[in-house]
Write a protein that binds this ligand. Sequence first.
Ligand code: PMP
Length: 457
Amino acid sequence: KHQGPDLKSVLATRKSNLNPALFTFYKEPVYIHQGHMQYLWDVSGKRYVDLFAGIVTVSVGHCHPTVVAAAGKQMKKLWHTTNIYLHPKIHEYAEQLAAKLPGNLKVVVYLTNSGSEANDLAVLMARMYTGVFDCISLRNGYHGASPYLMGVTALSTWRYNSPTGFGFQNAMNPDPYRGPWGGKHCRDSPAQPQRPCDCAKGQCVACDNYVDQVEDVLRYSMPKGRVGAFIAEAIQGVGGSVQLPDGYLKKVYEKIRAAGGLCIADEVQTGFGRMGSHYWGFETQGVVPDIVTMAKGIGNGFPMGAVVTTPEIAQTMGKALHFNTFGGNPVASAVGLAVLEVIEKEKTQALCAAVGTYFIKELDKLRSEFEVVGDVRGKGLMIGLELVKDKATRAPLPADEVASIWEDTKNMGVLIGKGGLYGNCLRIKPPMCITKEDVDYSMAVIRVALQNHASKK
Ligand code: PMP
């Protein structure tokens, strides 16, 4: 039973004492109290199916008992920094985390406290290693909001009228739904198993046009065609679950490496089995990056991040001091280990594949039922649904209409994320323990919300 302050006083404190830029998502904010696995409860005891998992931070389930027990046990023993003394946990964790990665990446792990810290470090590493400052990221990508990363993140919503981290050029992202060359069939989708496209064989004009956009940035904007790094998500999370066409990263990585650059995969949202078919997002693209960054799901909601790279790249960083007080502290390492254990024991990746595929196929049926459902995309439990005014123009559904659909789903007990440049994409990224029954319930709710919206027209 909730015994803290009521909603009114919490809202007043928020207004007077907290960051005024914080937003509460809903018209009537959800005042949450407790979480268990895929569910959240508000202070009145109302239950919600959490399809957004606190922006994909909760991977194996809210307050998963194994993770809670591991954190509790360690908290009773030692919380101190383990970067100046030796402690077994960080070593055990580094070994087990690295073992999840392919190739030469299996080796060096840096532990941080957030995704932004991880990406800051990855970019620094690439610049030190290559000796080239200028780098490339994709439009519509989100990689963090530190001053350094504001120039890497290429979504105007996250930019301010102040100098952003310079040295990054943002290439056009391959958006198979909204991009100029389409490429809907280039995506690997459970909703469209038969694809009339030969992307995998490298013979797709749509894919090639998008790859050429990166080539153009290399040619026109990089000093003497040299590049320090290229960073991308396999599915652009904050950007509205925009799924890169098959084989896109393979071709881009080749170009980046030919220009002397390193390839960074941002797995902050896509990692740890969420894609279903693979443990990491980059694997769905058939590539092996030089640096991989992780956060959010890595700690099931505990503030953690990591950078994994090869010994050669790590050597360069070893030339100067690098230090992070809390990164990999015993509690974080215990939590990280417990998360890896749960993913393994509960066959979480296979669950993502089965339940996610079912969810995507069910959502795809909405496209023929509702004019406003323009696109359904994603892999495993990293799903997006784009709302449009009409299918012909693909004009984004106005914000107030998106908000009313969204508010409706919340009122019926389902929490969904929102994103995309126009804020018209519904983002579905639940804890990876969600069941088919939760999907059926959520589908019924989403359908009613869309019907309510259609009836107001
Ligand atoms: N990369 C991606 C793909 C993200 O989605 C985010 C957070 N939304 C970050 C990096 C930054 O992580 P953090 O908020 O922990 O700094």
